[in-house]
Write a new protein. Structure first.
Length: 229
C-alpha cells in the first residue's frame, strides 16, 4: 500500500491542518505505516462546522429535489471511483473491492426520501414503514390508539428497546406500562432522565449490558474463587 498524507476537506477544498501536524496510521495486519492523517485543531473543527452550516442554510436548503438527487448520485460515483483505495484501507481479512454496502444503502435511502417532500404530513397505516423502523433524521412519528393494550402493543412492536416515555397522571396506568414495556428505561411524565447512579441500557437490539450504577461497574471487576480443604 502506498504511503499517503491526507489533508482536511473543509468547504469543498483539501487543506493542510492549521498547526501542520499529522498522525501516523498503521496497518492492523502487519503494523506497517500506511498513511499520515491530518491532526485537526479546534480552529480547523470550528472552520469545518461553520462551512457546513453555511452550505446548508445558503445552498442545500434551497435546492430542488432533482438537484439534491444529482448530488447524492455524484457522491456514489465518487465513492465507487475510490473503491480500490477504500478496499485497501480495510483490514485485509475483511477486504473486498467496492464501497461498504451500508454506505451505499444509506445514500440510496435518503435519495429516495427526497420524493416525499419536506415539512409535509405523510400518513401511513403500516407500523413497519421506514419512517418508524429506520428513524430518518427530522421525522417525527405519531401513532394513534384507542386502548392502553393497543398503545402497549405499538410501543413493543420494534426491534429496539432503549428508553420510553409515558405521560399520564393515573398511577394504575403508570404501573401497567412500567411492568409491560419491553424497554431498559421507562420515564414517567418526562422526556428523559439520566443518573450515574442508575443503570443505562436497553432490550433487544438496543445493546447488551448496562452502563452506570453498580451494574455498570461489573465489567471492571475480576473475581477469584478459592477452595480450601
Amino acid at each position: 500500500m502506498n504511503k499517503k498524507r491526507s489533508d482536511l476537506l473543509i468547504d469543498g477544498q483539501m487543506c493542510p491542518p492549521s498547526k501542520g501536524q499529522y498522525y501516523p496510521l498503521y496497518s492492523p495486519v502487519d503494523g506497517e505505516l500506511v498513511a499520515e492523517a491530518a491532526d485537526a485543531s479546534q480552529a480547523d473543527v470550528d472552520r469545518a462546522a461553520a462551512a457546513a452550516r453555511e452550505a446548508f442554510y445558503s445552498e442545500w436548503k434551497f435546492y430542488g429535489v432533482e438537484q439534491k438527487r444529482a448530488l447524492f448520485l455524484r457522491l456514489k460515483e465518487v465513492l465507487h471511483a475510490m473503491a480500490e483505495e477504500l478496499a485497501a484501507a480495510k483490514v485485509q481479512p475483511q477486504g473486498g473491492v467496492g464501497i461498504p454496502p451500508l454506505v451505499e444503502r444509506i445514500i440510496d435511502y435518503y435519495a429516495a426520501k427526497l420524493d416525499d417532500g419536506v415539512g409535509t404530513l405523510i400518513e401511513h397505516n403500516d407500523q413497519r414503514t421506514n419512517y418508524l423502523c429506520k428513524e430518518p433524521l427530522g421525522v417525527v412519528a405519531m401513532l394513534t390508539f384507542d386502548r392502553d393494550d393497543e398503545a402497549l402493543s405499538l410501543a413493543n412492536d420494534t426491534d429496539y428497546g432503549l428508553i420510553s416515555s409515558v405521560w399520564t397522571q393515573n398511577s394504575e396506568r403508570q404501573r401497567y406500562f412500567i411492568r409491560r414495556l419491553e424497554m431498559g428505561i421507562v420515564v414517567i411524565n418526562s422526556a428523559s432522565m439520566l443518573s450515574h447512579r442508575t443503570p443505562w441500557g436497553g432490550f433487544k437490539q438496543s445493546g447488551i449490558g448496562r452502563r452506570y450504577g453498580e451494574m455498570g461497574l461489573e465489567p471492571f471487576f475480576e473475581y477469584k474463587t478459592v477452595w480450601i480443604t
